[in-house]
Write a protein that binds this ligand. Structure first.
Ligand code: FAD
Ligand code: NAD
Length: 329
């Protein structure tokens, strides 16, 4: 029977999977390469300002995720956000007629992830660099020093496709087939902080047919203050220009904003490049479970490329791991 599970990646998929496995009585250790949980549901913080620079909000359509979001709201870690939303299309601005309910973490986008992480065993700043099969267990190796992190009955890779590919393509052809058929795209992100009050007639806007796809005033979200905008490059442009320097990407995005009539003069600008931001499998399979070798994959890229899909992917993989354990007894 599976007793010890290692989950690699403390994004929303890894956290969801770990929580469900723990509830089933398994012992779970999470290993995360960065200094905190939540992955792409993230917030950039400086001395003077902070802004969500990855996921901007999430929607909930599946009843299981709707219930989860309600529990986050109850725990004061998420809330509804009702922005004045515009759309720029065919060189003209209009109001958005989208009736969707959108949620954000409070006070930051990483708050639900931090909340889920509270009850878990997580080791931060541990980049898993190698998995080694020892009998019917896995030995995890970390970093350039090849540090040994312990033996596990089952390993869950809750990381983007290219990173899962680097770790596990050599271990199993089924993993290689799935990871190499996933297409993930980059996202150039600009954060513009204004020292003074700024005036726009929208809180957030979808931008179509331009190199920018999204503009959002972070202060319009619940429990945020200050004047910082998050501006995302569109996936195709970001991917094609992924190797630009931050300065070059900033210059092109500023030129686009000027064309749109949105001015960022007098703002302090900070750039971030997400290498694996969006996309995934064209036909979502939800998760990949390989009980014969004790390996599973979950993440947004297997389940539609959104926060909701990432959370569901982790949950569904955990149920499948439990099912395969039960049937092998
Ligand atoms: P991640 O959040 O990427 O988690 C993976 C974790 O694994 C990371 O913490 C990473 O540090 C860690 N890791 C990677 N490799 C290793 C390793 N070798 N060892 C240890 N740890 C490792 N979704 C929406 O629903 N709405 C939006 O508005 C939205 N906007 C977005 C905007 C941007 C710019 C980006 C980048 C994403 C956006 N998304 C949005 C997508 C959403 O953020 C993701 O779908 C979701 O957060 C993915 O969760 P995940 O757990 O699958 O992956
Ligand atoms: P959503 O807000 O995108 O979709 C709900 C509704 O919003 C749509 O039915 C539509 O009415 C409206 N809408 C969405 N995009 C629009 C557009 N370009 N122009 C006009 N109206 C638009 O919510 P969701 O379904 O949860 O999708 C998540 C969002 O996260 C998507 O917009 C996706 O682009 C974004 N995302 C971005 C990245 C990134 O790298 N920047 C990564 C993953 C997801």
């Amino acid at each position: 029977a599976i007793q010890k599970v290692a989950v690699i990646g403390a994004g929303i998929a890894g956290l969801s999977c770990a929580k469900a496995l723990q509830a089933l009585g398994m012992s779970v250790d999470i290993f995360e390469k960065s200094r905190g949980p939540s992955g792409r549901m993230s917030t950039r913080r400086t001395q003077d300002w902070s802004a969500d620079h990855g996921a901007q909000y999430f929607t909930a359509r599946d009843p299981r995720f709707i219930q989860e979001v309600q529990s986050w709201i109850q725990a004061s870690t998420a809330d509804i956000w009702m922005p004045k939303l515009k759309v720029y299309e065919n060189k003209a601005w209009r109001d958005s007629s989208s009736p969707d309910v959108r949620y954000v973490g409070i006070p930051n986008m990483n708050s639900p992830g931090k909340y889920l992480a509270e009850s878990m065993s997580i080791q931060y700043e541990k980049t898993i660099s190698r998995l080694e099969r020892k009998g019917d267990q896995w030995s995890l190796r970390c970093g350039e020093e090849d540090e040994i992190l312990g033996l596990y009955d089952f390993v869950v890779l809750a990381i983007p496709a290219p990173q899962a590919s680097a770790l596990a393509n050599d271990l199993d052809a089924r993993v290689a087939t799935i990871t190499t058929s996933a297409q993930m795209q980059a996202c150039w992100t600009m954060m513009a902080h204004f020292p003074k009050q700024t005036m726009t007639d929208f809180d957030a806007a979808f931008i179509n047919q331009e190199i920018i796809s999204w503009i959002c005033q972070n202060g319009s979200k619940p429990m945020r203050q200050g004047q910082t905008w998050t501006i995302h490059g569109n996936p195709n442009w970001s991917q094609e220009h992924v190797e630009l320097s931050k300065e070059e990407a900033q210059e092109q995005m500023l030129a686009c904003l000027t064309r749109l009539g949105v001015h960022c003069q007098d703002s302090e600008i900070s750039m971030h490049r997400w290498r694996y931001a969006s996309g995934g499998l064209e036909n979502a399979i939800g998760y990949l479970s390989l009980p014969d070798i004790g390996l599973g994959l979950c993440g947004d890229w297997l389940h539609g490329g959104r926060v909701e899909g990432a959370w569901l992917s982790g949950l569904e993989l955990a149920s499948e791991i439990n099912r395969s354990t039960q049937s092998s007894i």
